[in-house]
Design a protein around this ligand. Structure first.
Ligand SMILES: *Cc1c(COP(=O)(O)O)cnc(C)c1O
Length: 339
């Protein structure tokens, strides 16, 4: 086992031993290659660089108490990457190529899979982009699918810490009929300026509204939003929201613990009716929200009064993490054991 301070690792890049690459050329996917290089050689006219043909994924593998490595819901990531590919006219990565790549890269970097009990996990970053040259605006004929990994620490090192979020109206991350529903880099480019401003003004992240009416909640930066109202888990539905696999899992867990689940448009006016609120995604599972400040209207919605996490958010988090670590029965077969 490596001499790494697992519990102190940030959520960030970390050099490991290997990554894996597969190329789509002449209309078909080739054989996966294992590389120990951190760089790629890319054509200067690659469409990824000029026209944003690029999509990515993010998923985690966990070392359980039994020593086994569990991959969480990889098929959903593979499916979502295919939808992203369709959305911006890239070659779709078949499930078998996706699976072989993620399991190989985990096994090749096994010494970087954090031990059980450290709170750390192995983050996998699959990446698909147009590598072939074009100058006219059209899709590439060649694509590269690459997966690298990085051990990442627990998101909240001292346990849950509710965050403050800034609601903005002067930026949009996605257009109503644009690419908000797929995981493409372009959406992130559009979110960098407002996110940077929010950080400078003391917030952890931005809450975007629907671009058309500025009335409905869209996303909390790179995470989905949810609220708890009485006995109901409420989360926005919109075709500009990226369907979070964490959110999908939390909705199932919410049902299983006896909550009602409401997937619908959620108006900003409703914010003051929530008992708890959070942002969800693979990196943190849940980032509980302490308060949301509407930057333009200078209005504050407070959720956590004493800096504590709400009981339902805590229960949802504990259950999902318990399943990922193999401590709680995985009744929907969300985990795949890597062997
Ligand atoms: C990846 C992502 C999420 C979270 O999705 P998970 O599958 O739960 O990790 C949420 N919003 C955006 C914009 C994303 O790109």
């Amino acid at each position: 086992m490596e001499n790494i301070a697992w519990g102190e690792l940030p959520f960030g890049y970390f050099k490991t031993d290997y990554n894996v690459r597969t190329y789509f050329r002449n209309g078909k996917w080739g054989e996966m290659e294992i590389s120990s290089s951190e760089t790629i050689n890319i054509h200067m006219a690659a469409t990824a660089l000029h026209y944003g043909q690029e999509a990515f994924e993010g998923l985690k593998a966990f070392r359980g108490k039994d020593g086994k490595i569990r991959l969480f819901r990889w098929k959903e990531n593979a499916k979502r990457m295919r939808r992203s590919a369709q959305g911006i006219m890239m070659a779709e990565v078949p499930d078998d190529v996706f699976f072989k790549s993620i399991t190989t890269v985990i096994k090749m970097n096994e010494r970087f899979v954090p031990p059980y009990g450290t709170g750390a996990s192995l983050y996998l970053r699959p990446l698909l982009f147009g590598s072939g040259p074009q100058v006219g605006v059209k899709p590439a004929e060649e694509y590269m699918f690459l997966v690298f990994v990085a051990p990442v620490g627990p998101y909240f090192k001292e346990g849950f810490k509710p965050v403050d979020i800034q609601l903005v109206r002067d930026y949009d991350r996605a257009a109503p009929l644009g690419t908000g529903h797929i995981k493409v880099g372009g959406n992130y480019a559009a979110s960098l300026r407002p996110a940077d401003r929010a950080h400078k003004e003391g917030f952890a992240s931005v809450l975007f509204l629907d671009a058309k009416e500025k009335k409905y909640i869209d996303e909390a930066g790179p995470a989905n939003f949810f609220g708890i109202k009485g006995n109901t888990y409420v989360t926005p539905e919109s075709n500009t929201i990226l369907p979070s696999i964490t959110n999908m899992s939390l909705r199932q867990i919410a049902k299983d613990i006896g909550l009602d689940v409401d997937l619908r448009r959620v108006s900003v006016d409703e914010l003051n009716t929530f008992d708890e609120a959070g942002a969800c995604g693979t990196a943190a599972i849940i980032s509980p929200i302490r308060k949301i400040v509407d930057r333009e209207k200078n209005k504050t919605y407070q959720f956590s009064k004493d800096g504590q996490v709400g009981p339902i958010s805590q229960k949802l988090y504990d259950t999902l993490l318990g399943i990922q670590l193999g401590e709680i029965e995985d009744k929907y077969n969300w985990n795949t054991i890597v062997e």
